[in-house]
Design a protein around this ligand. Structure first.
Ligand SMILES: [Fe+2]
Ligand SMILES: [Fe+2]
Length: 294
């Protein structure tokens, strides 16, 4: 449950992505955040022909102590592939969890492989009964394997939707209802879908069971050839931050953290100081939230 202030505003924790090998950046991030989100694939390397976690980066996470809680966010599980899923990723996750305490872990509701071939992109699932059955069965297997909360995130729609059995909100509602799996709602992904495909964010939020949302993501990319891209290269815009606020308030006290995501490649352009100042601003914003927050 999130704390409330004297006027009944909700305070939600702030989190940030960190991919290792930049201790100065980490020291600027930690004073502002309660959670650090790590993507294991970005801290993996090939050693003696095997994909393993970088010892150097693992020691950074081990040395963080209680400075922040760690949450893991995978990108290569491909939970929606019809024939298989990312066994290599699960082995990385096993190894990470053997060494570091993880508050919860998450993946994307999509697929990156077809017939064992990498697509080079992540695609959203057809919202059919068949796809729902497949994902629910795999969520149950993950829940049994790790025994800590597992969340799935809405991803951008790169191509127009297949005409399925459910709309976006009901597909997520069914997924969380059947498995107990929590959701990450990436509000920048919603903004990309609205810009690129005319997606109706308000209608989606009205139909989504907000109590399943445990984590909210904010990011910002660039527009290219008229398309808003999910590239995490900028500081978030005010529209994204306010959409995150609306989601936190509608979910009452179910959202545990709002995470600002950026790619390591964006850090030199953004600068450590600008990132730290933005996080400090966000931390103040997400303290004592109310419908009047600006
Ligand atoms: Fe993500
Ligand atoms: Fe995200």
């Amino acid at each position: 449950m999130n704390p409330t202030d004297a006027e009944g505003g909700i305070t939600v924790a702030l989190g940030v992505t960190y991919e290792g090998r930049d201790p100065d950046l980490l020291s600027r991030l930690l004073p502002n955040v309660a959670y650090v989100e790590i993507t294991l694939e970005t801290i993996a390397e090939v050693k003696d022909g095997k994909i393993v976690l970088s010892d150097e980066i693992m020691s950074e996470f081990k040395n963080m102590g209680n400075a922040a809680k760690i949450i893991v966010h995978g990108v290569s599980l491909s939970i929606g592939s019809h024939d298989s899923w990312g066994v290599t990723y699960l082995h990385l996750l096993d190894k990470f969890m053997e060494q570091v305490d993880v508050a919860w872990h998450s993946e994307h509701l999509g697929y990156t492989k077809v017939d064992g071939e990498h697509l080079g992109i992540m695609l959203a699932l057809p919202k059919t009964e068949q796809a729902l059955d497949l994902v629910c069965e795999r969520v149950h297997r993950i829940q049994e394997r790790y025994r800590i909360p597992f969340l799935l995130e809405n991803i951008v729609h790169v191509i127009p939707d297949f005409d399925g059995d459910y709309d976006d909100a009901e597909f997520l509602n069914q997924l969380s209802r059947r498995t107990g799996c929590g959701l990450i709602l990436d509000v920048y992904n919603l903004e990309c879908d609205a810009h690129n495909h005319g997606f109706d964010i308000r209608n989606f939020l009205d139909r989504l069971d907000a109590r399943s949302i445990k984590e909210v993501h904010m990011a910002r990319g660039v527009e290219h050839n008229g398309f808003l891209l999910d590239v995490h290269s900028q500081l978030p815009s005010n529209s994204t931050i306010h959409l995150a606020k609306d989601v936190v308030l509608s979910a009452q006290d179910s959202v545990q953290v709002v995470v600002y995501e950026f790619m390591p490649e964006a850090v030199p352009g953004l600068g450590h100081t600008a990132i730290a100042e933005e996080l400090a601003r966000m931390r103040r914003f997400f303290s004592g939230l109310s419908h009047a927050s600006r």
